[in-house]
Design a binder for this molecule. Structure first.
Ligand SMILES: [Zn+2]
Length: 117
């Protein structure tokens, strides 16, 4: 993958990450009636949330957050866009739809079938 494409995916992933953190923050605020929490404290809240996964929204968002963090790590390590199962490159169209995808389409189907059983 070209550097410019990697940078683009990185930007998308970082924006997605921030959106989830903001969303979590809003959710937490409304849940706990926290007073005057600034966005500077968002990171602190995100850390705190790991200990208090008490809603499905948090769980879903945090799973996505983990995928995004792992995708960002892969960009740093130069292995972004490679399927974790078969080591083949993931189709760019798929990455555009889901930039934190871990598997290519073929492996994704296998994983989904297995998790349903
Ligand atoms: Zn694969």
């Amino acid at each position: 993958m070209q550097q410019v494409e990697l940078e683009n995916f990185k930007k998308i992933l970082l924006e997605k990450r921030q959106a989830i953190l903001d969303n979590n923050l809003e959710h937490r605020k409304s849940m706990e009636n926290m007073h005057d929490l600034s966005f500077d404290e968002a990171d602190q809240v995100a850390m705190h949330m790991k200990n208090t996964l008490d809603s499905s929204i948090f769980t879903r968002h945090n799973t996505e957050l983990e995928y995004i963090d792992s995708a960002l790590n892969k960009i740093e390590q130069g292995v972004y866009g490679i399927c974790e199962m078969c080591d083949e490159p993931i189709a760019k169209e798929r990455l555009k739809a889901k930039p934190h995808a871990k598997y290519c389409i073929v492996c994704r189907e296998i994983v989904e079938k297995n998790s349903k059983d």
